[in-house]
Design a protein around this ligand. Sequence first.
Ligand code: GLC
Ligand code: MG
Length: 510
Amino acid sequence: MTGPWWREAVTYEVYVRSFADSDGDGLGDLPGLRSRLPYLAGLGVDAVWVTPFYPSPDHDAGYDVTEHRAVDPRLGTLADVDGLIGDAHRLGLRVLVDLVLNHVSSEHQWFVSARAAGPGSAERARFHVRPGLGPGRAEPPTNWPSIFGGSAWAPFGDGDWYLHLFDTEQPDLRHEHPDVAADALATIRFWLDRGVDGVRFDAAGSLSKDPGYPDLPEGWRPGDPAPYSDRNEVHEIYRRWARELASYPGDRLGVAETWGGPEVLAPYLRPDELGQAFAMDPLYWPLRAQLWRDGVDALLAATGRHGRLPAWVHGSHDVRRAADRWGPHGARAVLLMMLALPGAVYLYAGDELGLPEVTLADEAIRDPVFRRSGGAERGRDGARVPLPWTGESVPYGFGPTGSTPWLPQPTDWGEVSVARQRDDPGSALALTRAALALRGEWWRDRPAELTWRDAPAECLAFRRGHRGPTCLVNLGDVPVDWRPYGRRLLLASMPKVEEKLPARSAAWLA
Ligand code: GLC
Ligand code: MG
């Protein structure tokens, strides 16, 4: 292996609440996750990213934290975290925690006292608080929208308004405040001291806001530059935190949850900043060959400028299931493509099973996006339905028999369970396991430069460097002969491939 362990690691995102429920309360928990670590080691991933398990009133499924250095009693104890880290390390798995430092829960002690203390108080200075506009200060201070819908400002009821880029129950912190800065550092240290191998920084680009709080220009659209996204000041914060990470032994990873193109990601990857920044754009790329080729080149160039590699995101708890975004076959093809590209890969729990996006009934939806958008957006719960492990009826081994998962599972999920796929060589699970097993030998740690080979229309063919295996991706509608690209078919994303690679599939050839 060249460079730090994470440079080309495959990390599996465990959405804790939906992974495995040990006590039957319907919520996945840390002992549940711990019991399934052998499954993850067997799958062949290098690391596990564990979504927030800190005390939370769950307005945003744990991303609204009341205490950053404690464990939600519904999900386990600190001893469970220690046990989890220990077991993971014994199995050769690294552990990343997810730190939500941009905001707190509205039930966090700081916000409870800010609300009580009134305008002009020191307590309110830890948050972004501004007087409202207009008569009675009844209008929000700026036109900033919440990422979850509606205004990003909520009234205290006394003329002051507070900023919440996400839900009303997630007030944004002011990282310029010494208490906030000190507390964030204490949190980072706390989890590093417990032995985690890295930290995912939630909502990474949002940590600093333009102190002038300017309105967004007319015609502004989500994704355009904003006075609260990816500002220069945010990088000073990550440099400070990077020094902290670097002061621990063992190449601890800092990965930024970034949402932006190559030029947004690149500054996070400067040598004295973070090791990885999520490449989320590909999540939304349609399966068109030229678009992927240009996009891949741009990400490699931007990250390469700092000697880094992209962190390809195949799926997450914030977007629709891969099988839905790219189609079931497309998702498998993209998996083989991402695993062959230079860089790290993030896989989302359940995508190794090819799970579909679930359409939930209105009453079942918990995601605040649904409510805040007035129902216009279904939100993200369709990708968060608890995993099916075994059996033919709810909860399919997610929890003890008779327990009711926090989001309802479809009645036919016995057909896609881990147990059902385990011995089926054509399953998504078998493909993922095979790909991860072969990746180390054929792709990992090869040259970071890609060589694109000539390919038929709507196909991509590339090597790492000038020799070695070729990854051939057929995004078109007609089968293509793979034999010009290699003598041997190492792996194909579809079962039973002979000399032609079917439409919407990928193959590794040597
Ligand atoms: C990140 C999380 C998302 C959460 C948001 C607010 O984007 O991935 O799930 O809702 O931050 O914390
Ligand atoms: Mg539980």
